[in-house]
Design a protein around this ligand. Structure first.
Ligand code: ADP
Ligand code: ADP
Length: 232
């Protein structure tokens, strides 16, 4: 489903070339729940930005569901991304002037041919499925951090993408809310989604089905965790 081949990303700082990623190769199969683990500065965000097509490798290739991201024009990439990848951020990135319902409806605007009524219905159902039935008409500033992240996950699911990518999704949440976001991800994996999650959280990292460790821009470890070994 995801295939990276010799992905290198460099940044030029002054006269120096800094390798944010250096010859990274791996594959992720459908329905995996992958934690990307590493210290600050190791290259995790850079890696996630490559996987979402927010930024592109200096060399090497990334294929997702057979599409090479760097081969798409900006316009096609935006369209491709909206139906293939849901993205979840540490700081939620909800639009404060829209209600939770309107935030979740927003990504559906790109899919033409669906009536506003149908979009509204789907957005309500998604919010209900993440436990926010009572909050759909609230503005983001009036709900808790955990609720904001649930709404952001509902928004990421709006166009039913097979893949969810999350950058430190629990980084701004307390342990109880982190646990419930994690439980929601487990439920989504149970429903067939593939999830790639960057995390610092050691407790959560022990509960995914695979961990890819990043150190100094390289993969320093790749462990598949058998179900019977997982701390569920
Ligand atoms: P992490 O997400 O693991 O904290 P990053 O991917 O943000 O790591 O960064 C990896 C390395 O690349 C770091 O050394 C960082 O300083 C460098 N880096 C990341 N983004 C940029 C940028 N836009 N310009 C220059 N250097 C960058
Ligand atoms: P997200 O966009 O995932 O919610 P943040 O808003 O915390 O997360 O920041 C996005 C990325 O930008 C982070 O991964 C972090 O490494 C980087 N970043 C954020 N603030 C700074 C900063 N002041 N200096 C350098 N990098 C930063």
């Amino acid at each position: 489903m995801i295939e990276l081949q010799n992905v290198t990303k460099t940044y030029k700082i002054g006269g120096n070339t800094n390798y944010a990623l250096h010859n990274v190769s791996f594959q992720i199969q459908p329905n995996e729940f992958v934690g990307i683990i590493g210290k600050s500065g190791s290259g995790k965000s850079t890696l996630l930005n490559m996987l979402t097509g927010i930024d592109f490798p200096s060399s090497g290739s990334i294929h997702i569901n057979g599409t090479e991201l760097s081969s798409l024009s900006n316009r096609r990439l935006t369209k491709w991304r909206s139906s293939n990848i849901g993205i979840v951020f540490q700081s939620f990135h909800l639009i404060p002037t829209l209600t939770l319902l309107e935030n979740v409806m927003l990504p559906m605007e790109l899919s033409r041919g669906v009536s506003r009524k149908a979009r509204k219905r789907r957005a309500s159902e998604l919010l209900e499925s993440v436990g926010l039935k009572e909050r759909i008409h609230y503005f983001p500033d009036y709900v808790s951090g955990g609720e904001k992240q649930r709404a952001a996950i509902a928004r990421a699911l709006a166009n039913d993408p097979p893949l969810l990518m999350a950058d430190e999704p629990t980084g701004n949440l307390d342990s109880e809310n982190s646990q419930s976001i994690f439980a929601l991800f487990e439920q989504l994996v149970g429903e067939g989604k593939t999830i790639v999650m960057v995390t610092h959280d050691q407790d959560l990292a022990e509960r995914v089905s695979r961990t890819i460790h990043v150190k100094d821009g390289k993969v320093s470890g790749d462990n598949r965790i058998q179900d019977h070994e997982r701390l569920i």
